[in-house]
Each structure stands twice: as structure tokens, then as C-alpha cells.
Design a protein around this ligand. Structure first.
Ligand code: NAI
Length: 329
């Protein structure tokens, strides 16, 4: 029996994400929470002939019943970007939304695996961690920033360039989830670095880092990636369910606190230094969430130079999230 709650379920990401989760036979209860429209979304999805029960909960007074006893909580709640905005510009609004949802999870589902989609992920994950610490229920192995869309984009863009079927192209993407903090390790993709010139590598790296802007621009004020994000979010949540509850070994890159695995943290810090507490890394998922952090592997000199750019920005983003909770009443 696996209960998955989606917070922000009536939104641009929340609706298609919930649709994809409804297709899974692994979920027994799909709980949909939002401040608007979830009764309709839940009624609609509940007619799909898969086994999971679907419930809709709307507004703060129904948050407890929505989240209570959840095994997995997925959070795509908040506002998306408009043209010209960075993910960091969303902090003001989304920080308190994520803090309040994390507070409810810490109280009513303290063992849930938390999958954070709301931006800026670099800061919202530390917010959730700090809230859980405040409530004395923190386990760094159970809190994840969902960076899967960066990996999905990397496979698509690199696959297109080297003429490979995109889903077969596995590219680790580490670091954070915003512009220069997104670090695709193309030098480790079998068959890619030999086929691509340094100029092509630089260009496709930039496209992966700023792929979200392509969608924001094309949607022209109507939001950011929703459908590809729903696909990526469902992939991450369902992989987590498979690994945590059904014994499957799965590795995904995800933004976690490095202390989630002390040995893995040491290996990672040998590459990235000691300054960052959070980083997206390849993680072996299992019954406890993060079972181990796998090595980042060797970097090309180009990738090494990207790291230097990412560290200062990430450090500031992490401090912003951590301080926000410290300063909240
Ligand atoms: P949206 O505006 O379409 O949907 C957001 C939903 O959150 C709305 O239904 C809204 O009512 C709901 N909401 C607002 N306050 C809430 C609260 N306190 N509790 C529960 N629900 C609440 O936005 P969209 O496009 O679905 O994006 C959601 C978030 O996901 C944004 O922060 C966006 O930046 C982020 N995002 C993250 C990506 C990633 O790769 N991690 C990729 C794309 C977007």
C-alpha cells in the first residue's frame, strides 16, 4: 500500500503529473492537494480504470487529511517563471508555500519521502530540510530535489546531436537546478565526446543549462515547462516508489544533502570541495531513500571550469533557503 500526495495538484505540472501517477499499479492512494480545483481534478482522474483510490483536498483546512500517512509527497506547488525571470526570482512567493507544506508533512507524514519540484530547487530543498530539523524528524536520506528534467533534456539534446535514440543516452547531470549550476557531464557519455567537437559540447551544455528558458520564452508569459516536467517528476517519483517499496535497484541524479551518505559525501567533496552541503549527485535509491551516493567520476577540464562557476551561486542559494527558515517564526 503506497500513498502518494501531490501538493499543487491542480497546476500546470500537478495535473499531468497526477495523470501519469494514476497510471501506476504501484500506487494504492493518490491524494491530490491544492488551494484550488482539486475536487474536479480528483473526480476526473478517479474515473480512470487503474487500481489507485484518488482523493481531492482543497485549502489549508484539508491539508492534514491530504498529507497524513503519505509514503511519498511530491511538491510542484507555487508560481512558475515568466519571461525574463530567473528561478531565484520565485523565492519570495515559493519559499513560504514550500515551508508551510513541509511543516504539514513534518507533522503528519514525518517518514514520507519528500520530492521537491517547486523552484528555486537549490533553495527549497534546504527549506524542507530545515523545517524537518525544527520538528526533530529530519532524515537527509528522505528529501530530494527533483532535477530529473535536466537529465531528460540532456538525453534528448545529446541524442539528437549524435544520432542516438534519446532514451538510451545516459548523461549524469550534477550540481544544482538553475542555469550555471546545472552541470552535465558529457565527457562520461559513451560515444558522445568522441563524436562532438569542443564547440558542440560547449553549445549543448549551455542548451541543457538554459533549456527551461526556451520553454518560458515559447510560452510567452503562460508559464514554464509543465508537460516535460510532469514526465520527469513522474519518472523520479515512480523510480523512488519502485526502489523504496518494491526492491528494485535504481540510480537517479537528484539534489540531496551530501550527509545522506557520509562515505559518498567524502568522495563527492574530493571533487567539489567542502563548501557545499547540497549537490545533485548520482544516488542509489532503496528502502531508506538515499542508500548511497555514487562517485561523480572524472571530469574534463571544461567541466572542471563549470564547477568553479557553479559553487558561488549554489552556496548563496543554499544559505538563502537555510536562513529563511531560521528567520521564520
Ligand atoms: P502553476 O501555477 O501552473 O501551478 C502551481 C499550483 O500550485 C497551482 O495550482 C496553485 O494553486 C498551487 N498552489 C499555490 N499555492 C499553494 C499552496 N500553498 N499549497 C498547495 N498548492 C498551492 O505552476 P507550474 O507550472 O505547475 O509550476 C509549479 C512549480 O514548479 C514552479 O515553482 C516552477 O518553477 C516549478 N518547476 C520546477 C521544475 C523542475 O525542474 N524542478 C521545472 C518546471 C517548473
Amino acid at each position: 500500500m503506497v500513498k502518494v500526495t501531490v501538493c499543487g495538484a491542480a497546476g500546470g505540472i500537478g495535473q499531468p503529473l497526477s495523470l501519469l501517477l494514476k497510471q501506476s499499479p504501484r500506487i494504492s492512494h493518490l491524494s491530490l492537494y491544492d488551494i484550488v480545483n482539486t475536487p474536479g481534478v480528483a473526480a476526473d482522474l478517479s474515473h480512470i480504470n487503474t487500481q489507485s483510490k484518488v482523493t481531492g483536498h482543497v485549502g489549508n483546512e484539508q491539508l492534514k487529511e491530504a498529507i497524513e500517512g503519505s509514503d511519498v509527497v511530491v511538491i510542484p506547488a507555487g508560481v512558475p517563471r515568466k519571461p525574463g525571470m530567473t528561478r531565484d526570482d520565485l523565492f519570495k512567493i515559493n519559499a513560504s508555500i514550500v515551508r508551510d507544506l513541509a511543516t504539514a508533512a513534518a507533522k503528519y507524514a514525518p517518514k514520507a519521502f519528500m520530492c521537491i519540484i517547486s523552484n528555486p530547487v537549490n533553495s527549497t530543498v534546504p527549506i524542507v530540510a530545515e523545517v524537518f530539523k525544527k520538528h526533530g524528524v529530519y532524515d537527509p536520506r528522505r528529501i530530494f530535489g527533483v532535477t530529473t528534467l535536466d537529465i531528460v533534456r540532456a538525453s534528448t539534446f545529446i541524442g539528437g546531436l549524435i544520432g542516438a535514440e534519446p532514451s538510451t543516452v545516459a548523461c549524469k547531470v550534477v550540481g544544482g537546478h538553475s542555469g550555471h549550476t546545472i552541470l552535465p557531464l558529457i565527457s562520461q557519455v559513451p560515444g558522445a565526446s568522441g563524436k562532438l567537437t569542443p564547440e558542440q559540447i560547449e553549445k549543448v551544455t549551455n542548451r541543457i543549462q538554459f533549456g527551461g528558458d526556451e520553454v518560458v520564452k515559447a510560452k510567452n508569459g503562460a508559464g514554464s515547462a509543465t508537460l516535460s516536467m510532469a514526465y520527469a517528476g513522474a519518472r523520479f517519483a515512480l523510480n523512488l516508489v519502485e526502489a523504496a517499496f518494491f526492491g528494485k535497484s535504481i540510480v537517479e541524479c537528484t539534489y540531496v544533502q551530501l550527509d545522506a551518505d557520509k562515505q559518498g559525501a567524502q568522495d563527492t567533496k574530493r571533487v567539489i570541495g567542502n563548501e557545499l552541503q547540497y549537490f545533485s549527485v548520482p544516488v542509489a535509491l532503496g528502502p531508506n531513500g538515499v542508500e548511497s551516493i555514487l562517485p561523480i567520476g572524472s571530469l574534463s577540464s571544461f567541466e572542471q571550469s563549470l564547477f568553479s562557476k557553479a559553487v558561488a551561486e549554489l552556496k548563496g542559494n543554499i544559505a538563502k533557503g537555510t536562513n529563511f527558515v531560521a528567520e521564520s517564526k
